[in-house]
Design a protein around this ligand. Structure first.
Ligand code: ARG
Length: 462
């Protein structure tokens, strides 16, 4: 049997292995809906421009809608011999309406067809990310407002550094996810040009109306260069790059959840809905969802690296290498959407242990900077000298196994005679955070104001 799709030039069909390596129907069936949307816009344009007869366009359009229903209901038989989603749909179209089906592919190639399908798929993913990240930001900002004044240790080098509030920590992630949304929005704006009508690579001699198909598919305008239209995958790369950064943010938060939920830290409790047990150790409450969010970042970064490598050596215009753009991308974007939902659930339901957080906030001489600042402000000491004096006080306390606030005034005065009783006011963790009123600082009033600002931006203002 010669090839079913381009039999004219061929005497035999493909080798079994050729068919296996060539087929993309196993994964590009995900594009079915977008493929049919693209075909509907194309056929309507062909009729309106008089390139094909109105009656033919009508028959094609009706059959395409029928095929869409078959696919939705699971009644469609996908065939590997038909290679990809485009051929599968077109072949079914021929079953349904005969030779008229062949008019659909006028002034079109699978090269511009797949480019339009993939843009539509990515655009839908970008819109989903925007709403999922928004939900995550709302969950974080609501928690941040509730815990604007809840003291916890702030870390550098994962060593207790200075006290901050739990709300402040959560709002750091709201900022990150805000940047992620703006990157996705940016990618969407650049993506939103329609490659349909570029045909194989050079455009077409038929009097097509590309503005019409672009508008029908919700694009801002047609792409301006036919070679670029069929060989560009920047819209995928940009999306994967932004997805990778977003996945990195999710992974950092996941890592913190893993640390915070250990019995050693004990800062946070995940709800039963987002914890798992162990089949052998009855005491365990494992943060599997957080670990998976952290772990899945790997395949998302991997998809970006893989596609960059696929694209980097390709001469213009289309090469079949580009069929390798899909599986990793589908996998990465579906997993990112899942990670966003899982993180939102974890954050919504989690409960901080305020007592443990506060106790830890006071450990490790975390108010040493406050003491140094006190020396600068009250004794007019240069900061470097204050740093040195504070260091000696910390050493004194450490030697006694005590906290800074547990030193007596007399002990402090052995190190610096001018220290007065009022120094104790800055040594408590609550005082420490309350004093950080600089813009962007962790003072509870700042944190509450920032949480409210975000909630208003997110449409959840009071
Ligand atoms: N399945 C192909 C892909 O995903 C569609 C485009 C095929 N074009 C071609 N000239 N063989 O890239």
């Amino acid at each position: 049997m010669s090839n079913q799709m381009w039999g004219g030039r061929f005497e035999t069909g493909p080798d079994e292995v050729m068919e296996e390596i060539n087929a993309s129907i196993g994964f590009d069936r995900k594009l079915a809906d977008y493929d049919i949307a693209g075909s509907l816009a194309h056929v309507a344009m062909l009729a309106r421009t008089g390139i094909i007869a109105e009656a033919d366009a009508l028959a094609i359009g009706e059959a395409l809608i029928e095929i869409r229903g078959e696919i939705e209901n699971g009644n469609f038989t996908f065939s590997r011999a038909l290679e990809d989603i485009h051929m599968n749909v077109e072949s079914r179209l021929a079953d349904l309406i005969g030779p008229t089906a062949g008019r659909l592919h006028t002034a079109r190639s699978r090269n511009d067809q797949v480019a339009v399908d993939f843009r539509l798929y990515i655009r839908a993913a970008l819109d989903l990310f925007d709403s999922r990240i928004e939900a995550l930001q709302i969950a974080l900002a609501e928690k941040a407002l509730a815990y604007a004044g809840a003291v916890m240790p702030g870390f550098t080098h994962l060593q207790p550094a200075q006290p901050v509030t739990f709300g402040h920590h959560l709002l750091a992630y709201v900022e990150m996810f805000g940047r992620d949304r703006s990157r996705f929005k940016d990618a969407r704006a650049r993506l939103n040009e329609c490659p349909l009508g570029a045909a194989a690579l050079a455009g077409t001699s038929f009097p097509i109306d590309r503005a019409q198909t672009a508008t029908a598919l919700g694009f801002d305008r047609p792409t301006a260069n036919s070679l670029d239209s069929v060989s560009d995958r920047d819209f995928v790369l940009e999306t994967l790059a932004a997805a990778s950064i977003c996945a990195m943010h999710l992974s950092r938060l996941a890592e913190e959840i893993v640390i915070w939920t250990t019995p050693q830290f004990g800062f946070l409790r995940l709800s039963d809905k987002f914890s798992t047990g162990s089949s052998i150790m009855p005491q365990k409450r494992n943060p599997d969802a957080a670990e998976l969010v952290r772990g899945k970042s790997g395949r998302i970064f991997g998809a970006l690296a893989a596609l960059l490598v696929v694209m980097k050596g390709l001469p213009l215009a289309y090469s079949k290498d580009m069929q390798e753009d899909k599986e990793g991308t589908f996998d990465a974007l579906e997993n990112l959407a899942l990670c966003l939902a899982a993180m939102t659930g974890m954050i919504r339901d989690c409960e901080p242990d305020l007592t443990r957080m506060k106790a830890a906030a006071g450990a490790g001489f975390s108010t040493a900077t406050d003491l140094a600042d006190w020396l600068v402000r009250n004794l007019a000491m240069p900061f470097r000298e204050a740093h040195h004096v504070t260091g000696r006080l910390v050493a004194l306390a450490a030697g006694k196994g005590a906290g800074l606030e547990e030193l007596s005034l007399a002990e402090m005065q052995q190190v610096e005679p001018r220290i007065g009783q009022d120094v104790f006011a800055v040594l408590g963790v609550e005082n420490s955070v309350a004093s950080r009123t600089s813009y962007g600082g962790t003072a509870p009033e700042n944190v509450a104001a920032q949480a409210r600002r975000w909630l208003t931006l997110l449409g959840r203002g009071a």
